[in-house]
Design a protein around this ligand. Structure first.
Ligand code: PMP
Length: 432
């Protein structure tokens, strides 16, 4: 059925849930993409500074991925873990090798949420405890257990929970007492918080789940090394560390392949979860864990679609491309260029109170002159950048953080082009 834009928006609203919110007054109807650009159905071209919310890891319509998917779709289509699956085995081998985890085993899912669900299942089974720890301001997905470890209760439609979660400090939040402490004192306060929380909990704690940079939480960075200090405490109690790399994996932070590597002082996590970018748009996520942890669930854990031949073949081609072209190096180099440009924002736009992030994962926080969060200004900037031909995202507890996370193949020229549009939009709202 062909529809005009207005009809399509109406059909979306009539048949999909009210809470499936759309960006922009006039929602975008994407028709195609190429490289770092996308086009809507009316033919408008946009520079994609949000990578389809981080799912386009390398580049839009990457020919290698398209070819791999097409080739696999023309051969075997079975989607079961009951038979040998060559693309899945090969992908698992590659990820195991890249994981940095000792004696790794890999299990594939179809999303990040499901990956975190699986990680929680493994950790709680392994430790025979449903008491878990998570960071404040975290986001781990929207299933029943992923929501239970998501720090912003405002994002959860339920107060019921399959696990008991205690939240600890790990990132700064503007306007809170710990926010202005220098790094070392902040880290000490967070470790003290963790020790305090552990002291108050009775008995066994299964795990700590943490994002090295909180994406949905507004690109809030856990200060380097802090999770290693947490790990020293966790190790004393035998508590497992799950690193949620759904946003920070695959080289996005530039400096490392995984976000946890900025916290590697005390060794790797026990479990890493991943998703989003690996499939470049295909639904694939997964868990890589120490064999001892992975194998702590005794039953057949079968996912019909996890690691299906089509998604695994596409993901393999994407991963190959990423490694062959050293896109992690590109994220570091072009990310630094972009960051330098955007760091000029507070001088030009009074609403900007912080520019943060790593590599190609950047957050710009907005506040009103009285210091209160400015989600209204974030909305204006979102609309204005769109008019300027650049797509960005938003996040943060108050929806007042603009998020930038382009495909990792972003060029320097594109970084300059996009930054100019973002800066002009920020300047516009700051002056009124
Ligand atoms: N973990 C993190 C850190 C995420 O950012 C997200 C998605 N925004 C998820 C988990 C959930 O992933 P998915 O949407 O694929 O279920």
């Amino acid at each position: 059925m062909t529809s005009t834009h207005a009809e399509l928006t109406k059909r979306h609203r009539a048949v999909l849930p009210d809470w499936l919110t759309l960006y922009y007054d006039q929602p975008i109807d994407l028709a195609r993409g190429e490289g770092r650009h996308v086009w809507d159905a009316e033919g408008n071209r946009y520079l994609d500074f949000f990578g389809g919310i981080l799912t386009t890891l390398t580049a839009h319509a990457l020919p290698e991925v398209t070819a791999a998917v097409r080739e696999q779709a023309g051969r075997v289509l079975h989607t079961s873990t009951l038979y040998l699956n060559r693309p899945m085995i090969e992908l698992a081998e590659r990820i195991a090798e890249l994981s940095g985890i000792n004696d790794p085993r890999v299990f594939f899912t179809t999303s990040g949420t499901e990956a975190n669900d699986t990680a929680l299942l493994l950790a709680t089974a392994h430790r025979r405890s449903n008491q878990v720890l998570a960071l404040r301001n975290s986001y781990h997905g929207r299933s029943f257990s992923a929501l239970a470890v998501t720090g912003n209760r405002g994002w959860s439609p339920t107060s019921l929970s399959p696990v008991q979660t205690a939240f600890v400090h790990g990132t700064r939040r503007r306007g809170t007492p710990l926010a202005d402490l220098p790094d070392e004192r902040f880290a000490e306060a967070c470790v003290a918080d963790l020790e305090d929380v552990l002291g108050q909990l009775h008995g066994n704690v299964a795990c700590l789940i943490a994002e090295p940079i909180q994406g949905v939480g507004g690109s809030s960075v856990v200060p380097d090394g802090l999770l290693a200090r947490f790990k020293e405490v966790l190790d004393r109690h035998g508590i497992l560390w799950i690193s949620d790399e759904v946003q920070t994996g695959w080289g996005r932070t530039g400096e490392h392949f995984w976000g946890w590597q900025a916290h590697a002082g005390s060794g790797p996590p026990d479990v890493v979860t991943f998703a989003k970018g690996l499939g470049n748009g295909l639904s694939i996520g997964g868990v890589v864990a120490r064999a001892e942890v992975m194998n702590s669930v005794g039953t057949n854990s079968i996912s019909t679609f996890g690691g299906s031949p089509i998604t695994a073949a596409g993901a393999l081609a994407n991963l190959d491309h990423l490694l062959r072209h050293n896109l992690q190096g590109n994220a570091a180099r072009v990310g630094a260029v972009l960051r330098r440009q955007l760091e000029g924002a507070p001088d030009r736009a009074p609403a900007v109170v912080d520019v943060r992030g790593k590599g190609l994962m950047i957050g710009i926080e907005l506040a009103h002159p009285d210091g209160t969060p400015a989600p209204d200004l974030a909305t204006e900037v979102l609309e204005e950048t769109r008019r300027g031909g650049v797509l960005i995202g938003r996040g943060g507890l108050d929806g007042n953080v603009l998020r930038i996370a382009p495909p990792l193949s972003l060029t320097e020229d594109e970084a300059h082009e996009g930054a100019a549009v973002v800066l002009a939009a920020l300047e516009g709202v700051g002056r009124r």
